[in-house]
Design a protein around this ligand. Structure first.
Ligand SMILES: [Zn+2]
Length: 461
């Protein structure tokens, strides 16, 4: 079957590179159809993701899982005959959650009334072993917090502004709430608080807390920070309405250890005419230490490998180099993304495009273009081809965190646009596991990536 497909495509490929632009369009139509039918029948994206999530599990930077994932993805590329497979060293932060994370509601006599479901936010300090006990004050935003004035001193601040469900794009809802997680500990500490609880960044109403990066800043006291499940955020908010005071005890065992040696993992299909002109297709190999990072971003990594794999298996020989990059440490440092353009191996290379998939392995709907309008117009001319894959939305937008350093150097960036409704139900939580990923939707993302990489390879930008 595989040989038949290769044979049937060779004339198409020849046509694509030799015809007028109208002829190329026809040839690319056939190619897109072949990629679609071959990819859906024979694609490996889901098998690869199953392997990654089963063998490596979650892959927080500095963890054993991340180490296993580096070796595993290198082997995946080698086994599929990628060129120039190698590891690119990068030092990464090493934060550990530790075994203890709890919030207890304390009754009037000092006993435990009930426990609430929480998890430490990534990067948080721990508490003393006995925990910290303080009254809780609920706020919706940083203005509320500042208005508290001295009433915030010595308190645990509970940031409880939920997602705005009115947005079509789930990322807009996330963007409207995530300041509480990223800056909550800083703002609460400035107000004199001793800890912070943040409503989980999710549309879901359930008992699963969602972690994610939080920040401290120099000159401001570091206070412990945790995410509370949406159900227990509602529960805590209800208690605060019923009573004049709610005291809780917060215990976290999180801490930050010394930086650890890790790696970006790289392999490619070397260009036949312009080998030093590089098209990056990537995702981030690290995840949070909850679930197995199946959607975030095991999906994007396996789609990148599968996109290159698919081009190889179909028998295409792109003019420019198409390079799969597994970036390390997107979640809590972006050391891999920042390190990639600086690596000495980049000397003599020209990056013509960088594509990232980091919005979950959901049905692709198009491509966001992070580049000037001429690039957008250029890619829009290929829109009918992506329409064949039901992914015809070519729109200006962000590419991805890991490729942003390349984009800042002027490299056109592209992001895989997907259906987003369910992403934050899983994101950064125990819910982010392989059974939440649909094999066809995941594979479709890889097919769209393969097509975009190939078109850029043949036609330039
Ligand atoms: Zn991600």
């Amino acid at each position: 079957m595989r040989l038949l497909v290769v044979r049937s495509l060779l004339p198409v490929f020849a046509l694509a590179i030799s015809c007028s632009s109208a002829g190329s369009q026809v040839a690319y139509d056939s190619l897109a159809q072949e990629m679609l039918s071959f990819g859906l029948r024979k694609g490996e994206a889901y098998a690869l993701l199953t392997e990654l999530t089963t063998i490596a599990g979650h892959r927080l930077s500095g963890s054993r899982g991340a180490e296993i994932a580096v070796d595993l993805t290198k082997t995946m590329m080698e086994q599929r005959g990628f060129d120039n497979v190698h590891l690119e060293p990068v030092m990464v932060p090493h934060w550990v959650r530790g075994p203890v994370e709890e919030v207890m509601v304390i009754d009037g006599s000092g006993g435990v009334e009930e426990s609430l479901t929480i998890c430490a936010l990534g990067g948080s300090i721990g508490t003393p072993e006995e925990g910290i006990e303080a009254p809780v004050v609920e706020v919706q935003n940083f203005d509320d917090l500042r208005e508290l004035g001295s009433a915030a001193r010595g308190k645990i601040i509970f940031m409880n502004r939920g997602f705005d469900h009115g947005h079509l794009n789930a990322f807009a809802a996330y963007g409207g709430a995530v300041d509480q997680r990223s800056r909550g500990a800083i703002e609460a500490a400035k107000a004199g608080a001793v800890g912070v609880l943040v409503r989980s960044m999710t549309h879901a109403v359930d008992d699963v807390p969602h972690t994610g990066a939080m920040n401290y800043e120099d000159g401001t006291t570091k206070i412990p920070a945790a995410a509370i499940s949406t159900l227990d955020a509602d529960r805590l908010s209800g208690l605060l309405k019923e009573r004049s005071q709610v005291r809780v005890r917060l215990r976290l065992s999180a801490r930050t250890l010394e930086d650890v040696q890790s790696y970006n993992v790289i392999g490619q299909l070397t260009g036949s005419e312009f080998p030093d002109e590089i098209i990056v297709v990537g995702g981030h190999l690290d995840s949070w230490d909850k679930g197995t990072g199946a959607h975030d971003d095991g999906a994007g990594c396996m789609q990148a490998i599968e996109a290159v794999n698919l081009l190889k298996r179909i028998g295409l020989k792109p003019k420019r180099t198409i390079r799969a990059v597994m970036f390390m440490n997107e979640e809590n440092g972006v050391r891999g993304g920042n390190g990639y353009p600086l690596d000495s191996r980049r000397k003599g290379e020209a990056h013509v495009a960088a594509l990232e998939s980091d919005r979950g392995g959901f049905a692709p709907r198009g491509i966001s273009v992070h580049a000037d309008s001429s690039v957008l117009e250029r890619v829009r001319r290929w829109q009918p081809l992506f329409e064949l894959l039901n992914a015809g939305r070519i729109e200006p937008g962000y590419g991805g965190v890991d490729i942003a350093p390349l984009v800042r150097q002027g490299v056109p960036g592209f992001g895989l646009v997907v259906e987003t409704h369910r992403y934050f139900d899983y994101h950064h939580s125990d819910n982010d596991t392989i059974e939440k990923v649909n094999p066809r939707e995941l594979q479709m993302g890889a097919i769209v990536e393969a097509l975009l990489c190939y078109l850029i390879s043949e036609e330039g930008l």
